[in-house]
Ligand binder design. Structure first.
Ligand SMILES: Nc1ncnc2c1ncn2[C@@H]1O[C@H](COP(=O)(O)OP(=O)(O)OP(=O)(O)O)[C@@H](O)[C@H]1O
Ligand SMILES: [Mg+2]
Length: 292
């Protein structure tokens, strides 16, 4: 005879509750398109990276068409520093001279992209790594001579991404664009937004290294749970944002303006934040919606 362990039973019941709570979402997942931008800062710890990859696998199993776009800011800084190339930012965007552009390509396309593809493949996916130059996915042009090779996206051609998805692969996009005169460094937040807009994505998810948008960047308890499109524009107009949040929140506003119904910022370093955001009532990061 073996007695039932009550604690074990309660833990199992809690898991069952979670599954039941997720049911309505699971039902809605099939055929949806989610663009996920995975921030370089959140990618550094291999164990955390594996958990994110596992979450993505679950989403794919539920029939979500997942497009992954990645940054690599910290890895680019590390190589630039090693090569004695100065690291400079203006309004959250990397000032990109030709030497820096070469490093951006080497790190984003050659290293970060391939590592993510490898991780996904290890989990049984078939991931395909591309850069925005492949299939002319991200056609770009210069923004401002002071920023050098930083590009604005002129046009997104979604054909290659759609083909990869239709064949059952996960496209993993490095945010490098191209134009007639060469390559451009595209901020990955902007690339994810423009790809989401062009694909008519149902959701745009920013996985970063903080819990979401903080009202006060120095106070981790000031996490904003939800914000509407008008409130996002008010925040941008106030000019109070700084660092990497500037392009991110601008991209949030652009995505909402273009009709993407939901954008979320979640912590890619917190365990299963992706699944919590998608499959629970409470969510966990900051959710941006159209005006209510
Ligand atoms: N109000 C704010 N709330 C939250 N984070 C903020 C805020 N203002 C500035 N930040 C900074 O923005 C950073 C996130 O942007 P960052 O560009 O560094 O990462 P990422 O976009 O996820 O990665 P990558 O740029 O490599 O793609 C946070 O680590 C934080 O320091
Ligand atoms: Mg960034």
């Amino acid at each position: 005879m073996k007695k039932r362990d009550i604690q074990q039973r309660n833990a199992a019941a809690a898991k069952a509750d979670t599954l039941i709570e997720a049911l309505p979402w699971i039902n809605q997942m099939n055929g949806k398109t989610f663009v996920i931008k995975y921030g370089g800062s959140a990618m550094e710890d291999i164990e955390l990276c594996r958990r994110v990859v596992a979450d993505i696998e679950l989403m794919k199993l539920m029939g979500v068409r997942v497009v992954l776009v990645h940054g690599g800011g910290k890895a680019i800084n590390a190589l630039l520093t090693r090569l004695d190339v100065p690291v400079k930012f203006k309004d959250g965007l990397r000032v990109t001279d030709p030497d820096t552009m070469e490093v951006v390509r080497e790190v984003l396309v050659g290293k970060v992209n391939q590592e993510l593809v490898w991780e996904l493949n290890e989990y049984g996916h078939n991931a395909v790594g591309i850069s925005g130059a492949d299939g002319k996915t991200l056609k770009a042009e210069a923004i401002d001579p002071e920023l050098g090779r930083v590009g604005r996206i002129r046009e997104v051609d979604t054909n290659l991404i759609e083909t990869i998805l239709d064949d059952g692969y996960i496209p993993v996009v490095a945010s490098v664009g191209c134009g007639p005169d060469g390559f451009f460094n595209i901020n990955a937040d902007v690339a994810a937004d423009k790809i989401a807009e062009a694909m008519g994505a149902d959701k745009l998810i920013y996985l970063t290294d903080v819990d979401g948008l903080l009202e006060d960047v120095n106070d981790p308890d000031s996490l904003i749970a939800q914000m509407t499109r008008s409130e996002v524009h008010e925040l941008l107009d106030s000019g109070t944002l700084e660092g990497g949040m500037v392009p991110k929140i601008r991209s949030v506003a652009d995505a909402l303006d273009a009709g993407v119904s939901q954008v979320v910022i979640v912590n890619g370093k917190a365990e299963h934040s992706l699944l919590l955001e998608i499959f629970t009532d409470a969510g966990c990061g900051t959710m941006f919606t159209q005006d209510l």
